[in-house]
Structures are given as C-alpha cells and as structure tokens.
Design a protein around this ligand. Structure first.
Ligand SMILES: NC(=O)c1ccc[n+]([C@@H]2O[C@H](COP(=O)([O-])OP(=O)(O)OC[C@H]3O[C@@H](n4cnc5c(N)ncnc54)[C@H](O)[C@@H]3O)[C@@H](O)[C@H]2O)c1
Length: 476
C-alpha cells in the first residue's frame, strides 16, 4: 500500500499544508546504494571520556571511510588518545572548528567506556550539548559503553554504564525528526576488535530504520576470515532464506546475494513461481517447501548437505499473522501461528544441528517482531510466537557459541509489505507514524540488519535482538 502521506510530502504544496496543520513531516531517509564508496561521508566528531578503550577501533574503522572528515572536540580531556590512535592509523584528524557556526556533523561518536561513576556522566553532556543540534539529516550518533552486567564488582561503574541507555534512547527521540539515529553499543572488555562490523553498520545508511538500539558485542574465537572484504562480506557463503518469495524475505535474499552469498530461497509450494523468479534473478536456488511439513526439517538438512556440503547462514523469516482478540480466536489460528512462526524454526535448527549441516562460523538470524517485544491488541498468538523467537535466541546463543555459531534476531516494527498493506487503514496509518522517524520502514531495512548479523565480521554478536522500527513508540 502506497504511503499517501509520504507522497504528499514530495510536493511543496503538500509540505506546506502538513507544516501548517502541525503534522509530522518525516525526513527522507538515506539508504545504501552500490555507488557509495564510503560507509559514512561528512564531518564525524569523535570524543571519549578519560580512560576509554575504543579510540583505536573507532579510528581504525573510520580510516576506511574515505568520505569522512574526522574531528575531535577541543575540550576533550581524552583527546590525546584519539589523536594518538589517528597517528597510529595514519588517519587525518583535526580539532573541531569552534568558530564554524555552520559546521554540521554526519556522525557523532562517543567512547563512554571510561565512565566509572555517575558524576562522570557529565562527559556526555560536555561532548553532545554543543553539537547535537548540528547533526545532519540521516546523521548517526553512537555511544559506546561497557556491558553493565560484566561489572560485577564495581557497582558505581555498573550504575553509570546502565545510565547510558536512557541517554541514547532520549537523544534518538530528539534527533529522529531529521531522520538521524542514536544507538548504544556495549563492548565487552577485550572484545574491542570485534566492534568494527557494528560501528560500520550503525554509522552507515544500512541502518536507516534502526534507532535507539542497545547492542552487545562480546568475545569471539574467530578473528576474521581469510580473503574477507567489506564489499562482498558473504562471498563463498551459502544462505538459506525462508519465506523468500516476496516481502521482507525477498529483500533478505537480494541483500544476501548482493553481499556475495549463494541463496537457497525457500517458500511454500503455492508460491513456487514467484520463488523461482527471485532465485533466478539472484543466481540462487528455489526450494519450494512448507516448513511445517513433518519431513521438512530433514529435507532441508539433506538438501543443504547434498548440494552445498552444508550451510553458513540460516534466516528464519517465514511467518504469518492470524489476528483475533483472544476471546474470539479459533484454535486453529493459535496453532498455525505458533507452528509456522516458532515451532517449525526450532525443528529446523534441531535437524540442521544434529545433521552437523551448519558449518563453523555459521549464523542463524531470526525474524521476530515488535509485537513480540511489546505485545499487541489482537495478536496474542503472533506476539507469543515472536517473543518465543527472542527466547530461542537467548537460549541457543550460549549453546551454539561452543561451535562458533551465532544466533541473533531482528524485530521489525512497521514495514511496508503485503502484510501491513492488509491492515485496516487507521491502524496502518498509526503504525506508520508512531515512531521517532515518523514513517514505515522498507523491507531492505530489515534485510540490511540481517546481513550485518550474518557477516563473518560479526562473530562477536551472539544473543542480540535488534529492533528495526525507527524507535517505535510502543513498548521499550
Ligand atoms: N511487515 C511487517 O511490518 C513485519 C513486522 C514485524 C515482523 N514481520 C515478520 O517478517 C517476516 C516476513 O514478513 P512479510 O511482511 O514479508 O510477510 P509476507 O506475508 O509478505 O511474507 C511471508 C512469507 O512467508 C511464507 N510462508 C508462510 N508460511 C510458510 C510456511 N509454512 N512455509 C514456508 N514459507 C511460509 C509466505 O508464503 C510468504 O512468502 C514474518 O516473519 C513477519 O512476521 C513483518
């Protein structure tokens, strides 16, 4: 369903009318395109609280963004570390030009890992207060901290690090009208090297509809793969994508193929024709199958082993809704939704693991939903299934880590697909606008987040659920 409100905005008259009526005017979000050679372009201000541990990783990551002009705040007492890191990386960094009133920033990055108590939280104010208004459209703000739960013997530091969440979520609400985003990344001590894929994703247009998220980067055995390159991160990988004939699944398949993966696109036999078209377009393989069939898990494991010697990436995207209030819900609505959205995924994981079909370095990425995070009227069945998906990620992450396999989930908010086009008009319009970015997301936004988790460079991400919802105002 076309976003009529957004189309109105594309005309000057429409914009004037909406402004006059005091209605939200959503910013046009910048998205990734293949001609972009730098994952972030423009002025990027890098700051740190004294004692921060991430300067080197931030600078090393940004040194690959050829379009970024790095600056440091003159007042920062940690600037020596940032300048030293830039010298080491051979990257140019200049002091912020305090006189340049018109200076604007595409990125603001603050390393808060050195904050040890609540009075030191003042460093956030000192860094962001003078510059937050200067964030550009589709700008990126990232704060880096230490996971509070890792600070067992340091309650003062635990409290201060936990406080970062409130700060970042509030900043996200303040900058959302510009299409800008703000996130918090907790990086475990000694896992600093693993933070690069997260910084790249969050600073790039690939995270257009991701805001106010808290990601946790942990230690990983794998320290990067030979021949890895950031433009084709999935080269040589085999990716199974369920529900791939249309909507979000087709976008996931497309992004996986763009990033170099061989895609095995699965969907119900009734969608065979569309599925074949997706597979043909991407040089992949169509696999028509109902994932709830009793034989499906074994058939999937068998095919992946026989044709590809195994699988590297599994994306559990297939899903359905059958909405009714609980009192009016027929039992088959309940059974069907739990079975497709949750139980079938568990059975497929079990079959793939027991057949040892997932290669070391494997990635399982599941599609949950904002409903699973916050619940939704008329969706007891769906929300149960999607909260269960988050549970699956929590439960499996430590088990799979032993085999160097990760599992993470993406929880989309309102995404423009056939599923949301079928919603009643008023609910659809409310769903679109009730987020900090004041618009619905695109299937590609979900796909980019999945590709980020699927990357070999994301070995340190395990057990995360990231919302792709533009900071939906419902729920956390
Ligand atoms: N669109 C949104 O706003 C939104 C929001 C949150 C979560 N999601 C989730 O994203 C995923 C994709 O949603 P979408 O909007 O693209 O929906 P969609 O209905 O367009 O696509 C879902 C696909 O899954 C396939 N599928 C359903 N049952 C299957 C089965 N038994 N075996 C194999 N394939 C099956 C369907 O044929 C379809 O192609 C779903 O898991 C959905 O719950 C969507």
């Amino acid at each position: 369903m076309a976003d009529i409100y957004q189309s109105l905005l594309n005309s000057n008259l429409g914009k004037t009318l909406l402004n006059a009526a005091n209605l939200p005017v959503p910013a046009e979000l910048e998205r990734h395109n293949q001609s972009q050679t730098s994952f972030i372009s423009g002025n990027v201000l890098v700051g740190a609280a004294p004692g921060g541990r991430l300067s080197e990783v931030i600078i090393r990551t940004l040194s690959d963004a050829k379009g970024a002009h790095l600056q440091y705040p003159d007042a920062s007492s940690a600037r020596d570390e940032i300048v030293k890191a830039a010298e080491k990386a051979g990257t140019q960094i200049t002091p912020i030009d305090a006189n340049a009133e018109a200076a604007r920033f595409k990125g603001l990055i603050f390393d808060a890992t050195g904050i040890e108590n609540t009075s030191q939280l003042r460093a956030l104010y000192d860094f962001f207060h003078p510059v937050v208004k200067k964030i550009q459209e589709s700008g990126r703000i990232v704060v880096i901290g230490l996971p509070p739960e890792s600070l067992k013997n340091a309650p003062a530091q635990h409290i201060a690090q936990r406080a970062l969440e409130g700060f970042t979520r509030s900043v996200a609400k303040e900058v959302g009208k510009k299409g800008a985003t703000c996130q918090l990344v907790y990086v475990t001590r000694t896992a600093e090297k693993q933070a690069e894929s997260t910084l790249r994703f969050l600073l790039s247009p690939k995270s257009a509809f991701v805001s106010a998220q808290v990601l946790r980067v942990g230690k990983a055995k794998a320290d990067g793969e030979e021949g890895f390159n950031w433009t084709q991160p999935l080269k040589g990988k085999v990716a199974l994508v369920t529900g791939a004939s249309r909507g979000i699944g087709a976008a996931i398949a497309e992004v996986m193929a763009r990033d170099g993966a061989k895609v095995v696109a699965l969907d119900v036999p009734a969608a065979k024709e569309d599925l074949q078209k997706v597979a043909d377009r991407l040089g992949g393989v169509a696999f028509p199958l109902d994932i709830t069939d009793a034989q499906a898990p074994a058939a999937i494991a068998e095919k992946l082993k026989a044709e590809f010697g195994g699988v590297d990436i599994i994306v559990h995207n297939a899903g359905v809704t059958r909405d009714k209030t609980l009192a009016g819900m027929p039992e088959h609505f309940w059974d069907m939704v739990i079975n497709i959205n949750l139980s079938a995924e568990e059975r497929i994981n079990d079959a793939l693991l027991s057949a040892e079909a997932i290669r070391a370095g494997g990635r399982i990425v599941c599609v949950s939903s904002m409903s699973g995070v916050a619940g939704n009227f008329g969706q007891t069945n769906y929300a149960t299934s999607k909260a269960g998906v988050i549970g699956m990620v929590d439960a499996y992450a430590p088990i799979l880590a032993k085999n160097e396999i990760t599992i993470n989930a993406v929880a989309p908010g309102f995404i423009e697909t056939a599923m949301t086009a079928a919603m009643p008009m008023v609910m659809r319009e409310a769903g679109r606008r009730l987020n900090s970015l004041k618009q619905g997301g695109q299937p590609v936004d979900v796909a980019e987040a999945i590709a980020y988790f699927a990357s070999p460079a994301s070995a340190g991400l395990n057990g995360n659920t990231i919302r792709v919802c533009g900071q939906n105002l419902i729920g956390a």
